[in-house]
Design a protein around this ligand. Structure first.
Ligand SMILES: *Cc1c(COP(=O)(O)O)cnc(C)c1O
Length: 385
């Protein structure tokens, strides 16, 4: 009964969410902190003061939300962990300052960056031309490749797990295809500098879209938003799920030229003519008015990440330097699957990928100090197995 195209579907398998016992959940790169108080009061205020609005369609252009997102990007430079709080708002660290003003017409938002990415694939990548991706990157890219019939050209990483920028750009030129990667990358946690990405864009085709997925950049990477002034073919994808403590809200966005924003909007309007729901619009807008709160959360997570990385290193683990809210690590001589199970037995979930090449590594999300303490105790116990 199924259509032939169903054969191309290889759905994403998210980090497990078991309900048989309460685990400390460090397997899906969620943020352990709740959204800021203004998000909570905006949601309760909306449903109690304007219940009739739940019966109406939301603003199809998400105008207020896009203004709020643009404002937050301008005030933080797109990197919360380094932004300098001034009351509830921030000013960007010198190195993150954006040399122009991000305007609302440069923002498109959708139901999580996963949906946004799907529309980006549809809008900009052709069936039959091989899209360049890193060998190990976000595992949703191959899923969309299958969905849209876009073959992928995965390029091996360097031996230090950074992207092979020379090879990726050479393949993109040859394939005439476009390129997508996460920066910082997942599951490795390693990032490229903005000048490295600039060099890559210069060496790729200007008539194809260059997509940088910045899901984790707020935790200490370098944002490529400043490069939008130089490259009209650049698309930056970002999410509220990680640094804005809102994975449950499903809110993601792109920052790009108004022309590319329009193209993605056309795809969306061909599938569902309404955007994210009215409650998410209100909550997302409220989140963007308290940069300082989220900068504080990102700072705490970056601090715990460094502490935990040092803890593992001191116990003989190989830990990749991370610019994200997770670490990617292996203990030589210990099987990754076994380490994952030992930690799970002690009530903590981390992520293990059975994929060849990374099968001995664990991807461990950084939680609160209390969660990390439990994790360290659990790791101590497996260290000699
Ligand atoms: C988590 C993640 C996303 C998806 O985020 P949602 O907004 O929750 O859909 C996108 N890209 C990368 C690299 C991620 O790790």
């Amino acid at each position: 009964m199924n259509s032939k195209r169903m054969k191309n579907l290889h759905p994403y398998v998210p980090g497990e969410q078991p309900e048989d016992r309460v685990y400390v959940k460090l397997n899906a790169n969620e943020n352990p902190y709740p959204p800021c108080p203004e998000v909570i009061s905006s949601i309760t205020g909306f449903v109690t003061s304007h219940p009739e609005k739940l019966g109406l369609y939301p603003d199809p252009d998400s105008r207020v939300l896009h203004e709020a997102i643009a404002g937050m990007l301008n005030r933080t430079g797109g990197v919360l962990a380094r932004a300098v709080p001034e009351g509830k708002q921030c000013r960007p660290a010198e190195q993150d300052r954006i040399p122009f003003t991000v305007t609302p017409d440069m923002i498109y938002s959708g139901n999580g960056s996963d949906e946004v990415l799907s529309f980006v694939f549809y809008a900009f990548f052709d069936c039959g031309t091989k899209l360049v991706v890193p060998e190990f990157s976000y595992s949703f890219y191959p899923v969309y490749g299958g969905f849209y019939n876009i073959p992928l050209d995965p390029v091996k990483l360097n031996s230090d797990w950074t992207l092979d920028t020379v090879k990726m750009t050479a393949h993109e030129k040859r394939n005439k295809s476009g390129i997508i990667f996460a920066n910082p990358n997942a599951p490795t946690g390693r990032g490229l500098t903005r000048s490295q990405v600039r060099e890559m864009i210069r060496n790729t085709r200007s008539d194809k879209v260059f997509v940088v997925d910045e899901a984790y950049v707020d935790f200490g990477g370098e944002s490529c938003i400043p490069l939008l002034a130089e490259f009209p073919n650049l698309v930056i994808v970002r999410t509220f799920s990680k640094s804005l403590c809102s994975a449950g809200m499903r809110l993601g966005y792109i920052v790009a030229s108004p022309e590319l924003v329009q193209a993605v909007t056309t795809v969306k309007n061909s599938l569902n003519h309404f955007p994210i729901d009215a409650v998410a619009q209100v909550a997302g807008t409220a989140a963007c008015c308290n940069d300082a709160y989220y900068a504080g959360c990102a700072g705490k997570i970056a601090y715990e990440r460094e502490k935990f990385s040092a803890f593992l290193t001191a116990r003989g683990w190989n830990v990749l330097p991370s610019q994200t809210n997770f670490v990617f690590a292996e203990k030589p001589g210990i099987d990754g699957g076994a380490a994952y199970r030992k930690i799970k037995e002690q009530g903590i979930l981390v992520r293990h990928f059975a994929t060849k090449g990374i099968e001995n590594y664990l991807r461990i999300t950084i939680g609160t100090p209390e969660q990390m303490k439990k994790l360290c105790d659990a790791v101590e116990k497996i260290t000699d197995c």
